[in-house]
Every structure is written in structure tokens, then in C-alpha cells.
Design a protein around this ligand. Structure first.
Ligand SMILES: NC(=O)c1ccc[n+]([C@@H]2O[C@H](COP(=O)([O-])OP(=O)(O)OC[C@H]3O[C@@H](n4cnc5c(N)ncnc54)[C@H](O)[C@@H]3O)[C@@H](O)[C@H]2O)c1
Ligand SMILES: [Zn+2]
Ligand SMILES: [Zn+2]
Length: 366
């Protein structure tokens, strides 16, 4: 079938919307017509030479759409279902069976190589018949249609607005899940969130849902800090200021119980560790490109540093909970979203990088 997709052709080049051919769904797959897809910072990682996925690749891993066809043997979700797409996982390894699919044994292969675990080549080929990596997060949804592994579909009520819900599948789930599931923030806790992008602001909202008494957002952009305050941060702090850990220990009256880093900047993480109280925990979700170096006594007081993938969520369990909280007005993540046609994907990337837009959502049909 002929579809349109935004292909990243070179690490230093733009996304190019072009016509490509997509195969019929194989065993364990469904064909989804993509109504909307969020743009997550992770979608630009194939630009880095050392990253597992490399161009030419179709990125996009916060898809939302309607099931159009089922692969052999697939009965669920039925044709016509509205689905949100999340990360892929096998469903059968120890961590999947334990209810921690983000730590699936084949997570990297399935989600981050761009080529996934497929026999018989890539399902998408370009106009010259050359293969394009099209298994990014088991979906490659910067396109009008995507072949999706059944495991990463979450069926939702057809009345819900897919263009707002699309980013739940990764960034928003990661921020909220890190607070509510992975760190298990408790009522009365003191929480610091580094980075007020889509992930960090979702964490801020989740910390308030958990009943945290103090929620501090740290960022370099004033406009993002303003929004953090509107979404529930009790305090905000410019990350460019002097002695950030000392200021944070003061605000939290001795140190944070929990911190979450969404910046991936080693110096920020080190400040985050220094702003924890004894036995406090910092979760790391930001993509890091440099080594993290901590001082010799940084962890001596029982402090913990913990890596977190996808908020440690089970998407089919967690996304409906987030949708219900949104319906109740307690999790207004839609305030982060700005909509672009898929043809404007390069503008969306620039706006996200400059801080103008927090969560771009692309509409392939417009
Ligand atoms: N681990 C996971 O499962 C997972 C899932 C989704 C996203 N991510 C990663 O999480 C990170 C955040 O994603 P996002 O969509 O929120 O990105 P984003 O770029 O919108 O947000 C990052 C924020 O960090 C701020 N920042 C950068 N340097 C800073 C500094 N020195 N001090 C204070 N603030 C600083 C930026 O101003 C920005 O607002 C990305 O690296 C992304 O790849 C990880
Ligand atoms: Zn698994
Ligand atoms: Zn993501």
C-alpha cells in the first residue's frame, strides 16, 4: 500500500515527507491509520552517529489512530478500534511477566534500533524500492499509516480526541509514571523536577496528584517555569542561577525526598543528587550523552540514583488511568500540546528545541 511518511534521510538533514510503500500486516501486527502523533525528544536520537537506529528511518513513537487491518491470527484490537500506541515489548520475558515491560529483555532491539525484530526485511520501502527502517518503537508513526505490534496498542473510547491523547504513549507516561509508579512519591513529599519540558511538566502534575507538599520545577526557560507554576509547582527555580543545590535544600527544608532529572545533563544530575536529603532518590529519564561523575561522598547518606524507562508503566493499565485523571481536570496535559500538520515536522522539531513548543503533535492527514 502507498502511504506518506516523514523520513529522516541523514543525521544532519531535515525530515522529508515522501511516498513510500508499506507491507500488509504480518503475524502479531495491525495496520493503523495514524490520526495524530506526538513528537518526543527521543525521535531525534537517530541523528546521533553512535545511536542504534540510523537513517534512513521513519521515527515517531507516540502514535494514535484507527485500526484498519489485522495480521494473520490477530483478533484484537478489532478493525475500527481507536488506539494509542506506546513502546513495544515481548510480553513473555521475566520483566514483562513481572509487570515491568519497559525493562523487557528485547526493549532496545524492539524500540531503539529502528529495524526491530523482524524476519524478511523492513516493511517499508521508498520510491526506488530501498528499505527504510520502519520498526521504531514497533510503530514508526510519523506517517499516514503504521504497522504496529499488537503489544503496543492501547484501545481507547472512540469519543476521545486522538490529537490530544497521542503523546500519552511516551513522554507524558514517562513523566507521570516516574513519579507515581517508579519513584512512588508519597503524600507530603518534597519533590524536585529538573527540566520543564513535556516529561518534566507531566511529572510536576503527577507529583501534585500524589499529594506532594513541595514541588519545585527547575528549567532554563522562564515561560516553561510559568507554566510549571500554573500546573502545580509550588516553587520554580532558574537552573542558570548560583548554587542550585543550596537553593533547593533551602526550599525543601533540608533536601528533596525525590528528584527527577529530565535534562540528561550530567552537571544537572550531580546537582540533583546534592539536593537530596538522606535516603532521597533521584530518577533519571533524560537521554544522557556524557558520563555522569559523582563526588566520593555523594551517595554516602543512603541516597539512591535510579534509571527509569517509560515511567515503569504498563501502558494498558496506566494510560486509561491518566485519561480518567485528565477527564476529571486533575491532569491537564493537553495544555502542553501544540498541533502541526506532518508537513511542518521540521518546524515542530525547531520549536521543541528552542522551547517555544512543549509537546508538538503532528497530524499526518492534514
Ligand atoms: N527514559 C525514558 O523512557 C524517556 C521517555 C521519554 C523521553 N525521554 C527523554 O527525556 C528527556 C526529556 O524529554 P522532553 O520531551 O521533556 O524534552 P524537552 O527538551 O522538552 O525538556 C527538557 C527540558 O530540560 C531543560 N534543561 C536543559 N538543560 C537544563 C539545565 N542545565 N538546567 C535546567 N533545565 C535544563 C530544557 O530547557 C527543557 O525545558 C529527553 O532527553 C528524552 O529523550 C526519556
Ligand atoms: Zn519482554
Ligand atoms: Zn519518547
Amino acid at each position: 500500500m502507498r502511504i506518506h511518511a516523514a523520513v529522516l534521510r541523514a543525521g544532519d538533514g531535515p525530515f522529508v515527507v515522501e511516498q513510500v510503500d508499506i507491507a500488509d500486516p504480518g503475524p502479531g501486527q495491525v495496520l493503523v491509520r495514524i490520526a495524530a502523533v506526538g513528537f518526543c525528544h527521543t525521535d531525534v536520537l537517530p541523528r546521533d552517529k553512535g545511536f542504534p537506529a540510523q537513517p534512513p528511518v521513519i521515527a515517531g513513537h507516540e502514535g494514535a489512530g484507527v485500526v484498519e487491518a489485522l495480521g494473520p491470527g490477530v483478533t484484537e484490537p478489532p478493525v475500527g478500534s481507536h488506539v494509542l500506541l506506546s513502546f513495544d515489548h515481548c510480553g513473555a520475558c521475566e520483566n514483562c511477566l513481572d509487570g515491568h515491560p519497559a525493562y523487557c529483555r528485547s526493549f532496545v532491539q524492539r524500540n531503539l534500533t529502528g529495524t526491530g525484530i523482524v524476519s524478511g526485511g523492513q516493511p517499508v520501502t521508498d520510491a526506488e524500492g530501498r528499505p527504510v527502517a520502519s520498526r521504531w518503537f514497533g510503530q514508526s508513526s510519523f506517517a499516514t499509516h503504521a504497522l504496529v505490534d499488537v503489544h503496543n496498542t492501547v484501545a481507547v473510547d472512540p469519543d476521545l480526541p486522538l490529537e490530544l491523547l497521542a503523546p500519552l504513549g511516551c513522554g507524558i507516561q514517562t513523566g507521570a509514571g516516574s513519579i507515581l509508579l517508579a519513584l512512588g512519591v508519597h503524600a507530603g513529599a518534597r519533590v524536585v523536577v529538573f527540566g520543564a519540558g513535556g516529561v518534566g511538566l507531566s511529572a510536576v502534575m503527577a507529583a501534585r496528584i500524589a499529594g506532594a507538599a513541595t514541588v519545585v520545577a527547575v528549567d532554563l526557560h522562564e515561560n516553561r517555569l510559568d507554566l510549571a507554576q500554573q500546573l502545580g509547582a509550588t516553587h520554580v527555580l532558574l537552573g542558570s542561577g548560583d548554587d542550585v543545590p543550596r537553593q533547593l535544600r533551602k526550599i525543601t527544608e533540608g533536601g528533596a525526598d525525590y528528584a527527577l532529572d529530565t535534562t540528561g545533563v550530567p552537571e544537572v544530575i550531580r546537582d540533583g543528587v546534592d539536593s537530596l536529603r538522606a535516603r532521597g532518590t533521584i530518577g533519571l529519564v533524560g537521554a544522557q550523552s556524557r558520563d555522569l561523575v559523582l563526588g566520593p561522598a555523594a551517595l554516602a547518606t543512603g541516597r539512591n540514583v535510579r534509571g527509569i524507562l517509560e515511567g515503569d508503566a504498563v501502558p494498558r493499565r496506566f494510560l486509561p488511568q491518566l485519561i480518567e485523571l485528565w477527564r476529571q481536570g486533575r491532569f491537564p496535559f493537553d495544555r502542553l500540546v501544540r498541533i502541526y500538520p506532518l508537513s511542518e515536522i521540521n518546524t515542530a522539531e525547531r520549536d521543541a528545541a528552542s522551547g517555544v513548543t512543549i509537546k508538538p503533535v503532528l497530524l499526518p492527514g492534514s
